[in-house]
Ligand binder design. Structure first.
Ligand SMILES: [Ca+2]
Ligand SMILES: [Ca+2]
Ligand SMILES: [Ca+2]
Length: 484
């Protein structure tokens, strides 16, 4: 509540051209009449760029008519039956008091209303802000036509692109030669942020040997997340990919080509590919950097890249916006494996490693291990053989069984997980006794158990038949992930 009041008062004092409507104390009764046309409600959409303290927030209202007036209202809360602003002729909104008009203006000839507003530095990270577009249409004035409410979580202010140094971004996937749609519309590339803090790409220069584009809007890549930059932003035209930034004309050469990301005179990352000698060249499939080798220097080498074998909407192959598997086919199996050679894992990406003496936040592990499937395993430190391993869909591996001994069966494995008890598995049909780790001895070599406490993985009791491993720095816990 405190944060919202601070937000409103700063806005009302005016960072940019904001109308200083007084916040409404209570919702007055509405005098507006719903439109008879049900399509009107759904044909307007409101898009809002990421919000963070000090951000230039960009609003885009689509589906309006040229010359019509748009109001964008803002509140710190929403409700199904909100108050009405006098300036909006009594139109009721889905926002809760106090609310103010964030911006207003006239729709351009293309049916789009765009406006930017600066967010105060006082907004609280983690709080939610709600925006809503309201359209004035026709001779009768305000109509009930309005967008869905856009809910925006205020994120931590990211690093600016002007702070980036070499290696602070990594190009991880490149589609130079789409087959399902034309190159002009269907080229794209993916960029990974290897640091824990988010990055705003606004101002970053993208270049090939023949063309240059500068990112000219807020595009935030979360810490250890990826963004997709594409020639075309329209899903209908680009082959069905969800794009974080549409850069327009920056042709990616099919054979010998290069792509570079520049912060002024600093090369943040670059990749140069060839005609198929070092970098595989397959029409209709992206090149992707091995998910286990995500580094701005190592991505210079073709041997660390491979050809996508997973389709996306258009039927072409690639994983735009999804972190990459390792190179090679993902090892698939059912049940619990013992003495598995590391080299046999194939496309699984390692997303957590720590000894039984380490402690790690489970949320951090879950965020880094963001594929559709999770594989838990353990080994003697640095061994090339994994002692015991099993996997399943992430919803099964993270299925909350509380502290009970009733396991959750998936992929031939008995799973258990609780954020403050223990996490592990046994082979199908086995019972477990969690105290708090599983101390049962039958089929011991097919059991794994790690302690958890206060949403962290802490100690660990066993890696197969080897037990009493709490605080052992000689044994390692590992989690791998893959999209299957
Ligand atoms: Ca091309
Ligand atoms: Ca590089
Ligand atoms: Ca990818």
């Amino acid at each position: 509540m405190t944060a919202r009041i601070a937000l409103i008062s700063l806005w009302a004092s005016g960072c940019t051209a904001i109308q200083a409507d007084a916040p409404l104390a209570e919702p007055p009764a509405t005098s507006a009449t719903p439109s008879a046309d049900p399509l009107w409600r759904s044909e307007l959409t409101l898009e809002v760029s990421p919000a963070f303290p000090g951000a230039t927030v960009e609003f885009e209202v689509l589906g309006a008519g040229a010359g019509e007036e748009v109001y964008i209202a803002r509140s710190g809360a929403r409700t199904g039956a909100g108050p009405c602003l006098g300036t909006m002729d009594g139109l009721c909104l889905d926002l809760r008091s106090p609310l103010t008009v964030q911006a207003s203006g006239t729709v351009e000839a293309d049916g789009v209303y765009r406006v930017s507003q600066t967010l105060p530095w006082s907004v609280s990270v983690g709080s939610d802000i709600y925006f809503q577009a309201v359209l004035v249409r026709g001779d009768t004035g305000f109509d009930w036509l309005k967008s869905e409410v856009a809910e925006v979580e205020v994120i931590e202010t990211p690093r600016s692109a002007s702070d980036l140094r070499a290696g602070d971004l990594v190009i991880t996937e490149i589609m130079v030669r789409p087959a399902a749609v034309a190159s002009e519309a269907g080229e794209w590339f993916e960029v990974y942020n290897p640091n824990s803090k988010g990055v705003d790409l606004d101002g970053l220069m993208l270049s090939t040997a023949t063309a240059t584009v500068v990112v000219d809007e807020t595009v935030v890549i979360p810490g250890r997340g990826v963004a997709v930059l594409a020639s075309h932003g329209s899903i209908a035209a680009n082959g069905g990919i969800d794009v974080d930034y549409a850069y327009g004309s920056l042709p990616l050469d099919d054979l010998w080509g290069e792509l570079q990301l520049w912060n002024g005179g600093t090369l943040v990352d670059g990749v140069a590919w060839d005609d198929g000698t070092e970098f595989e060249d397959v029409a209709g499939a992206s090149k992707y950097l091995d998910g286990n080798i995500v580094d701005a220097d190592r991505n210079d080498l073709g041997e660390h890249w491979c050809t996508s074998d997973k389709t996306y909407a258009s039927g072409d192959y690639g994983t735009p916006g999804v972190r990459n598997n390792g190179c090679g086919p993902v090892l698939e199996f059912t049940g619990v494996l013992t003495d598995l050679r590391l080299s046999e894992l194939g496309g699984w990406r390692r997303c957590f490693k720590g000894t039984y003496a380490n402690s790690k936040d489970l949320d951090v592990i879950a965020a880094n291990c963001d594929g559709s499937h999770l594989l838990l395993t353990c080994r003697k430190k640095d061994d090339t053989v994994l002692t015991v391993a099993a996997y399943a869909g992430r919803e099964h591996v993270l299925y909350d069984t509380d502290t009970s001994n009733i396991t959750h069966r998936a992929n031939g494995v008995e799973w258990y997980f609780d954020q403050s008890w223990s996490w592990g598995f046994a082979d199908e049909g086995s019972t477990v006794y969690r105290n708090s780790c599983d101390t049962e001895s039958g089929d011991a070599e097919q059991r794994l158990c790690w302690h958890t406490s206060a949403s962290r993985v802490t100690g660990g009791w066993r890696c197969g038949s080897t037990t009493s491993l709490n605080s052992s720095s000689d044994w390692e816990r590992l989690v791998y992930t893959a999209d299957l």
